[in-house]
Structure formats: C-alpha cells, structure tokens
Design a protein around this ligand. Structure first.
Ligand code: HEC
Ligand code: HEC
Ligand code: HEC
Ligand code: HEC
Ligand code: HEC
Ligand code: HEC
Ligand code: HEC
Length: 311
C-alpha cells in the first residue's frame, strides 16, 4: 500500500466511524432533549382537550422497554424539538388519516397513537379490523381496546415474557377484565356478562391462579389482535372452529369435548353435585369429630368408674 493510500485510510476510517455513529447519536440526543424536561416534570395537567395527563417520563423504565432504541419523535412525529414550537417533518398522509380517526380516543397526541403502524403494520391492520377496532373506526366510539389499552403505557412496554407485561400470562386476565368486567360497558354493548367470573372459576382459571404455566389465558382462545364476535364464522370460538382452538392444547378434542369449558353458567346438575359433595365431606368430618369426642368421653368415664371400684 502506498503512503498516500495509508494516509487516506487513516483519515477516512474515523470519518466512516463517525458517519455510522451519527444517526444513533442524533436519536439519543433527541430523546435526551425531550427528557431534559419530561424526566423532571412532576404532577398531572389538564390538556386543552380536557384529558388529565402525566407529563413525567421515567427515563430508566423507558430505557428498559422494547422501544428503548426509538427516539421520542419516531412516534411523536409532529414535534421536532423543544418545546413543541418547532413542528416536525410533515406527518405522512396515511398516518395523518389514521390520526384523524383516533382523535377522539387519543386526544393528547393522536399522531403518536397512529405511528405504531410504521413498524407494526400487519398487527395494526388486524386490530383495525377487529371488533375492538371497528368500535373506534366504524362506530366512532372510544370504548374499544386499542394498542395501549392492552399493552399499557407506550413508554414502558416490555416483552410478553416479562412478568410485568400487561399482556403476559400474569396480568392479561386483569387487563381484559378492566373492560370485560365493567358493568357500564357490558350494558352499553350488550356484552356477555359473566366472562370474568366464569373464566376465573373454570378449571383453567383456577390452575392459572395457582401458577400453572400452560393453561390458556383470554387471547389463547380469542386471539390477540383479530378478536371477533362469536357469531363471525372466522372467530376461533365460532361453532366448529372450537375444535381447532381447544385442539391446540387438547389433542383429539372433538365436538363432545369442546363445550366442557365455556363462559356459560354451569347447569343445575353440576351445581347441586358440588353442593352435595361439600355436604358429604362436612358430615364425614362431623362424624369423625363426634366419634373421637365420644370415645374420649367413654375413656374418661371408664377411668373414673374403675377408680371408684378399686377403692
Ligand atoms: C422545555 C421543556 C420541554 C421540552 C424540551 C419538551 N417538552 Fe413536551 N411538554 C412540555 C410542557 C410544559 C408540556 C405541557 C403543556 C404544554 O403542552 O405546553 C408538554 C407536553 C407534552 C406532551 C403532551 C401533549 C401536548 O401537546 O401538550 C407531549 C406528547 C410532549 N410534551 C412530547 C414531547 C416531545 C416528544 C419532546 C421532544 C421532541 C418534548 N415534549 C420536549 C415541556 C417540554
Ligand atoms: C412507541 C411510541 C412512542 C414513543 C417512542 C414515545 N411516545 Fe410518548 N406517547 C405515545 C403515545 C401513543 C401517547 C398517548 C397519546 C394519546 O393517548 O393521545 C404518548 C403520550 C406522551 C405524553 C403525554 C402523557 C402520557 O403519558 O399520556 C408525553 C409527555 C410523552 N408521550 C412524551 C414522550 C417522550 C418524552 C418520549 C421519549 C422519551 C416519548 N414520549 C416516546 C407514544 C410514544
Ligand atoms: C420506529 C418503529 C416502531 C414504532 C413506531 C413502534 N414500535 Fe413497537 N416495536 C418496535 C421494535 C423494533 C420492537 C421489537 C423490540 C425487540 O424485539 O426487542 C417493538 C416491539 C413492540 C411490542 C412487542 C412486545 C413483545 O411482546 O415482544 C409491542 C407490544 C409494541 N412494540 C407495541 C407498539 C405500540 C403500541 C406502538 C405505538 C404506540 C409501537 N409499538 C410503535 C418498533 C416500533
Ligand atoms: C385486545 C388486546 C390487544 C390489543 C388491542 C393490541 N394487542 Fe398487541 N398483543 C396482545 C396480546 C395478547 C399479545 C400476545 C402476547 C404473547 O405473546 O403472549 C400481543 C402481542 C403484540 C406484539 C408482539 C408479538 C406480535 O404479535 O408481533 C406486538 C408487536 C403488538 N402486540 C403490537 C400491538 C399494536 C401495535 C397494537 C395496536 C395496533 C396492539 N398490539 C393492540 C393484545 C393486544
Ligand atoms: C378498553 C376496553 C377493552 C379491553 C381492554 C378489552 N376489550 Fe374486548 N371489547 C371491548 C368493547 C367495548 C367491546 C364491544 C365493542 C362493540 O361491540 O362495539 C369488546 C368486544 C369484545 C369481544 C366480542 C364480544 C361481542 O359480544 O361481540 C371479545 C371476544 C373481546 N372483546 C375479547 C377481549 C379480550 C380477549 C381482551 C383482552 C386480550 C379484551 N377484549 C380487552 C372493550 C375492551
Ligand atoms: C378456553 C377458551 C377460552 C378462554 C380461556 C376464554 N374464552 Fe372467552 N369465549 C370462549 C368461548 C368458547 C366463547 C363462546 C361462547 C361461550 O362459550 O360462552 C367465548 C365467548 C367470549 C365472549 C363473548 C363473545 C361474543 O361474541 O359474544 C367474550 C366477551 C369473552 N369470551 C371474553 C373473554 C375474556 C375477557 C377472557 C379472559 C378472561 C376469555 N374470554 C377467556 C372461550 C374462551
Ligand atoms: C393454551 C392451551 C389450552 C387451550 C387453548 C385449552 N386448554 Fe383446556 N387445559 C389446558 C391445560 C394445560 C389444562 C390442565 C391440565 C392438567 O393440569 O391436568 C387444561 C384442562 C382442561 C380441562 C380439565 C381437565 C381435562 O383435561 O379434562 C378441560 C375440561 C378443558 N381443559 C377444556 C378445554 C376446552 C373445552 C377448551 C377450548 C374451548 C380448552 N380446554 C382450551 C390447556 C388448554
């Protein structure tokens, strides 16, 4: 290699290194500049739209989330820098259109809520087409579940395998239950009433609460993103589809097996059988206790009696 080439290389190499480093440096700086304020802000404020929001972002929890490599403006696309006066690059038309549809549900920053589609497009489309998405996009309501209703704060999402994940095994039932156990929502949409109780009392639910790691949670039977009404022939809990749904875990599941667990109230027969078994158990106990007491009593009586005779 000539001296000149060597020189060029010694100059080019650090430059190349710098060029590779710059984009990540820029994003880190952006997050840092937003966080200069947002990591130290305390308390809640009421926005112009009337929603009460917490302006504090916990830097450590954000860094520990699945999105730690993202900069704030990957989602908050309408901002570029502090303090909100400089508009960001133009929001792409498809995202702006989605944001418009989400304006009532995500009044703080609908663009940020629409931005998930940039990186999770297939998932996003499934949710939009689901019974939850239709509630927002077709019925113009705000009650259907959208990304952060299920996954929790967009700033602190962790992998589903993490024990803190809202959609992980540990917390999923309670997260779906926030709405599916809510009387007002059940009434408003004529939803099936006792899904939470029936799940929690089912064989699966009881095992789950004991820490079993293989029993199903809500999404195991209903899917996660493309959740449909049970009368929709594509729903995993529609008619014969249940054979495949239960069959994921119960090999050989058939039409006779699949009604074994549902959200329907158990019929009177199992109910009375359970009551009768409890009564039988209690009377057996009572019998044993009385028997022991009587025996003890007769021992004491015998002892006293004998003592008297010996004298
Ligand atoms: C100089 C301090 C400061 C910086 C830097 C800053 N913010 Fe804010 N931010 C605020 C204040 C104050 C509010 C609350 C009221 C308001 O909107 O003025 C706020 C509110 C918000 C809100 C709630 C919605 C809204 O529009 O009010 C979002 C979202 C937000 N900031 C995101 C960001 C992002 C993303 C960045 C970085 C690009 C950033 N902020 C940088 C001070 C700051
Ligand atoms: C993965 C996408 C995403 C990233 C990355 C992100 N945000 Fe957010 N942020 C959102 C969404 C979605 C909302 C809720 C908007 C709504 O409900 O109207 C939100 C809301 C907010 C709010 C309002 C208070 C709240 O929690 O609802 C603030 C302040 C905020 N973000 C600041 C930041 C800052 C600062 C960063 C960078 C450290 C950041 N965000 C990174 C998606 C994101
Ligand atoms: C700029 C791209 C980008 C945007 C925008 C984005 N994400 Fe992500 N998201 C990612 C990447 C990359 C991962 C995977 C991280 C990994 O596997 O470590 C991820 C992972 C996830 C996970 C997976 C957790 C798990 O169980 O593994 C969820 C849930 C998620 N994102 C939700 C959202 C939501 C909700 C929004 C919008 C508020 C959003 N994302 C916006 C890039 C993005
Ligand atoms: C009704 C609740 C619900 C809604 C709404 C929801 N998710 Fe999920 N999501 C789940 C469940 C359940 C899982 C699976 C967790 C597991 O792996 O066990 C999941 C997993 C994920 C994953 C990781 C695995 C995968 O399928 O890629 C990503 C990414 C994700 N969701 C993004 C989103 C985005 C983006 C939105 C909004 C468009 C969204 N989710 C809305 C329940 C939901
Ligand atoms: C933010 C509240 C909310 C959360 C969280 C939520 N849902 Fe829903 N869900 C609704 C509402 C509201 C409807 C009714 C929508 C409509 O009819 O317009 C619904 C409908 C449904 C339906 C169809 C019911 C019917 O009668 O058509 C199923 C199944 C369902 N949800 C399952 C789930 C599962 C499983 C989870 C958790 C992984 C979940 N939901 C989380 C609010 C929620
Ligand atoms: C073992 C599978 C299974 C599990 C786990 C499960 N479900 Fe269901 N779910 C069903 C079946 C099957 C139906 C159909 C009707 C029935 O059995 O009552 C149903 C119906 C529903 C409905 C009414 C649907 C409609 O269209 O009217 C809702 C809402 C619902 N489930 C929510 C949940 C929630 C929330 C959870 C978690 C707490 C859950 N389910 C757990 C199997 C399951
Ligand atoms: C995600 C996997 C999974 C799905 C899906 C699932 N189950 Fe189960 N089920 C289990 C596990 C694990 C057990 C507990 C086995 C044990 O501990 O003996 C169980 C136990 C049961 C039992 C009691 C014990 C037995 O084996 O007879 C019944 C009944 C049952 N499931 C019915 C159903 C029905 C009906 C469906 C569909 C509507 C279904 N299950 C869907 C995993 C699943």
């Amino acid at each position: 290699m000539s001296i000149l080439n060597k020189r060029l290389l010694s100059i080019a190499a650090p430059l190349l290194f710098l060029a590779l480093l710059l984009p990540s440096l820029a994003s880190a700086q952006e997050a840092a500049s937003c966080l200069t304020c947002h990591s130290s802000m305390k308390g809640k404020i009421k926005t112009a739209g009337g929603s009460l929001i917490d302006l504090n972002i916990d830097t450590d929890r954000f860094q520990a989330s699945v999105h730690s490599a993202l900069s704030c403006v990957d989602c908050h696309m309408k901002f570029s820098d502090n303090p909100h006066t400089t508009p960001g690059g133009a929001v792409p038309a498809p995202i702006a259109a989605l944001a418009q549809k989400l304006a009532a549900k995500h009044a703080v920053d609908p663009v940020a809520a629409a931005a998930c589609t940039k990186c999770h497009e297939a998932t996003y489309n499934k949710v939009v087409g689901s019974v939850h998405g239709k509630n927002i996009f077709d019925k113009n309501q705000t009650d259907g579940a959208f990304c952060i209703d299920c996954h929790g704060s967009p700033h602190y999402i962790v992998k589903a395998t993490d024990p803190n994940a809202k959609m992980g095994r540990k917390h999923q039932v309670e997260t779906c239950g926030k709405c599916h156990g809510d009387k007002k929502l059940i009434e408003k949409y004529h939803l099936q009433e006792n899904v939470m109780d029936s799940f929690n009392e089912s064989f699966h639910g009881r095992k789950l609460h004991l820490g079993h790691t293989k029993v199903p949670v809500c999404a195991s039977c209903h899917n996660a993103h493309d959740i449909l009404t049970k009368t929709d022939s594509s729903s995993p809990v529609f008619g014969k589809n249940k054979i495949a749904t239960c069959g994921k875990c119960h090999k050989g599941a058939n039409e006779k097996f699949v009604p074994a667990i549902s959200h329907q109230k158990p019929g009177p027969i199992p109910h009375y059988t359970e009551k009768a078994l409890i009564a039988l158990l209690l009377s057996t106990f009572a019998f044993i206790v009385i028997h022991v007491l009587l025996e003890a009593f007769s021992d004491i009586r015998d002892a006293i009696f004998r003592k008297g005779r010996d004298e």
